[in-house]
Design a protein. Structure first.
Length: 387
């Protein structure tokens, strides 16, 4: 285990009936709020009314900024920053999943600077301060509700970049599992895949060979994610299943899983971001295609960790590490397919002839994230395994 510092300042309020607490929690940071959300679904399921009523009861002034899409756009964030500046917003409130929260984070940072917010994502500027952010989570997936990361797509350049800063942590996040009852089966599955990808990138990219505590923690999370996802796909209003899935997705990327692992990377996300930027592929759908191919390639040279995962998560009994690793990856891919998540570029309606271009488009993010071994040839090899 490597030396580490773990500090997570986000206050979590978890459980059914907790959404009305967003008003008092947000009012503690100011009276003027910018409310960021996605599509009209939160108006249809009553969450919008709960949030705005709670804010109004606290005497808050609300400026609306809806319309965040699945792969959040820079143009929409820029418009939100302009609103926040014009209205002198004191607190940003996000109601939605990872895309909404990431957009709200970018607005909270961009509202306090004169330069373009995209410079944070390219590393040309660093984040020094942010407006306070509170959130109401409506999708178990990204973990953005309890971390300092954010992802954004550049409309014109067709690049999807992610960055992180400790100041981006939400001050308060409300996690009510009943808010996810109306999430579609497809996006429920995509969220579970995204959470598993967060875990496996830490699990597989650490260079430390002695991480037994973190290994079993992460393996347990993957098992619980799959079990709870199966429950809610069978019964969308299974409260315990929704609660387990929501909390597991948060734990997957709130700093706890990576503690003690040393330097880790996000190569699967790097490639999946390219699919999202160029083809507007739902993030989890892209990951369910990329993940098995990436795992198979890595397992060819160092099968031990992958065979351990296969034994502990899927009870694979084969004692030969390479065969066990391949069987575990096959079973994970089979589970993706069972949930309805795609497992090939063809299912994403992406022509394999595009692979060289997709690999080329992935290189800027690989360089930004210092994934030095991921040259065009290696990325193409992974993508060919997705075909």
């Amino acid at each position: 285990m490597q030396n580490f510092v773990l500090h997570n300042p986000t206050k979590i309020i978890f459980g059914a009936g907790r959404i009305p607490e967003i008003g008092p929690e947000s009012r503690a940071f100011g009276r003027r709020a910018l409310l960021v959300y996605g599509k009209e679904s939160i108006k249809e399921n009553g969450i919008f009314e709960m949030v705005t009523s709670s804010l109004e009861q606290q005497g808050m002034e609300i400026v609306l900024h809806g319309g965040v899409q699945s792969n959040p756009l820079l143009s929409h964030v820029r418009a939100g920053i302009a609103k926040a500046k014009e209205e002198h917003s004191e607190v940003i409130i996000a109601v939605g999943g990872g895309s909404v929260i990431d957009s709200a984070k970018a607005i909270s940072a961009g509202a306090l600077v004169t330069h373009d917010v995209w410079k944070f994502f390219t590393g040309k500027k660093s984040i020094k301060k942010c407006l306070p952010l509170t959130t109401v989570l409506t999708l178990a997936a990204a973990g953005s509700e309890m971390n300092g990361g954010m992802v954004l797509s550049h409309d014109e350049k067709k690049l999807k970049f992610g960055t992180g800063n400790k100041r981006l942590h939400p001050a308060v996040s409300i996690l009510d599992p009943t808010a996810t009852y109306s999430v579609s089966p497809a996006y429920t599955a995509y969220g579970a895949v995204d959470a598993i990808a967060h875990i496996l990138e830490f699990y597989c990219t650490t260079s430390d060979a002695a991480t037994p505590v973190q290994d079993r923690f992460m393996e347990g999370l993957v098992i619980n994610i799959m079990e709870s996802c199966d429950k809610v796909l069978a019964q969308p209003e299974d409260y315990q299943g929704r609660a387990d899935l929501m909390w597991c997705a948060t734990l997957a990327l709130n700093g706890w899983t990576a503690a003690g692992l040393g330097l880790v990377g996000f190569p699967m996300h790097m490639i999946a971001h390219t699919l999202g930027a160029l083809h507007n592929v739902p993030h989890g759908a892209g990951l369910s295609v990329v993940m098995p191919a990436w795992l198979n390639l890595q397992a060819q040279t160092s099968p031990h960790k992958y065979s351990q995962f296969a034994r502990r998560v899927f009870q694979v009994e084969d004692t030969d590490p390479p065969r066990a690793a391949q069987e575990g990856i096959r079973r994970l891919q089979k589970w993706f397919a069972k949930t309805g998540s795609p497992t090939s570029l063809t299912e994403l309606q992406i022509d394999p002839a595009e692979i060289p271009f997709l690999a080329e488009q992935s290189l800027p993010l690989a360089a930004l994230w210092r994934l030095k071994e991921y040259n065009k040839e290696k990325i193409e090899t992974i993508l060919r395994g997705c075909a």
